[in-house]
Design a protein around this ligand. Structure first.
Ligand code: HEM
Ligand code: HEM
Length: 226
């Protein structure tokens, strides 16, 4: 078996920037006073990462594509049967079970980032869409923002535990390939990371989010008191 390029650079960058962003979101919300503005900015950046990944999952290189790793129930059940087999062959991209984990994590993170746009710190800062919805929608968004994170913590815990299980029990080291992109595999490698395409997607995503966050939401009505 030869070392082959499996994870493109944009997918790897996405992953580690996402990890850093989620950690920063936790710290700015839970541990720091007066960091709400930073929480907003990093939240917008995280939303950008997620939008990028959704597009990349359609037009990115083979192993980044949802169509490559989101499999039906029979593939998942077939894979589950080999889960505790120490000699089962390593999968080049995400395995059929891990693929669904990725989908769940991305969906939860999307709920987290989008619900954030409707949040307020109840003092100085409002998310850009807070003024556009009714009180009951705000309550729902608030509940989702808290609930999604509680679920996310469990899912992330399971994600890291699964990586540990593969390293210790199955002797498959999944973390180094998420840094250098290469795996020992007979499967077809990707020819390149498609960096120019990734740059174009990142720029379009940034422009769309700038529009959605800074330009599109109408300014809140100012209440005047005499
Ligand atoms: C905030 C915490 C984390 C989140 C939200 C997260 C999320 C994700 C997501 C969404 C993917 C899919 C990547 C893609 O296809 O775009 C992934 C894959 C992966 N993550 Fe994480 N991750 C987190 C922490 C970690 C940590 C701490 C490690 C290292 C111990 C890690 C190791 C990996 C590996 C090795 C993969 C590839 C798995 C495979 O080979 O199928 N992750 N993660
Ligand atoms: C994926 C991105 C995000 C993550 C992981 C995240 C995470 C969190 C967490 C863990 C909390 C604390 C919840 C608690 O105390 O139980 C929080 C609170 C908060 N978040 Fe986010 N957040 C994200 C995006 C955003 C965005 C985009 C905004 C606004 C533009 C936002 C606005 C707020 C506000 C205002 C609070 C304080 C709510 C309160 O006072 O209880 N968040 N967030």
């Amino acid at each position: 078996m030869r070392k082959q390029l499996i994870w493109d650079l944009p997918t790897r960058l996405f992953h580690w920037l996402l990890v850093a962003s989620i950690a920063a979101q936790y710290v700015t919300a839970e541990w720091m006073d007066d960091a709400t503005q930073w929480h907003f900015y990093i939240g917008y950046f995280t939303l950008g990462l997620l939008v990028f990944r959704l597009i990349w999952g359609v037009i990115g290189p083979t192993y980044a594509r949802f169509s490559q790793f989101v499999k039906g129930p029979s593939a998942v059940i077939g894979y589950l049967r080999t889960l505790f087999d120490k000699n089962s062959a390593a999968v080049a991209g995400h395995n059929p079970l891990g693929g669904w984990f990725v989908v769940v994590m991305l969906l939860l993170l999307l709920v987290q980032a989008v619900s954030g746009l409707f949040m307020t710190d109840d003092i100085f800062l409002d998310g850009p869409y807070r003024h556009l919805v009714s009180g009951s929608t705000l309550d729902l968004m608030n509940t989702l923002h808290h609930l999604a994170f509680d679920i996310l913590l469990w899912v992330i815990g399971l994600h890291v535990a699964a990586i540990g299980f593969y390293a210790v029990y199955k002797k498959q080291k999944l973390v180094p390939p998420m840094f250098h992109g290469q795996k020992d595999t007979e499967d077809k490698p990707i020819p390149s990371s498609r960096l120019w395409l990734a740059l174009a997607v990142a720029l379009v995503t940034a422009a769309a989010l700038y529009y959605a966050i800074e330009i599109a939401p109408p300014a809140p009505e100012v209440e005047e008191y005499f």
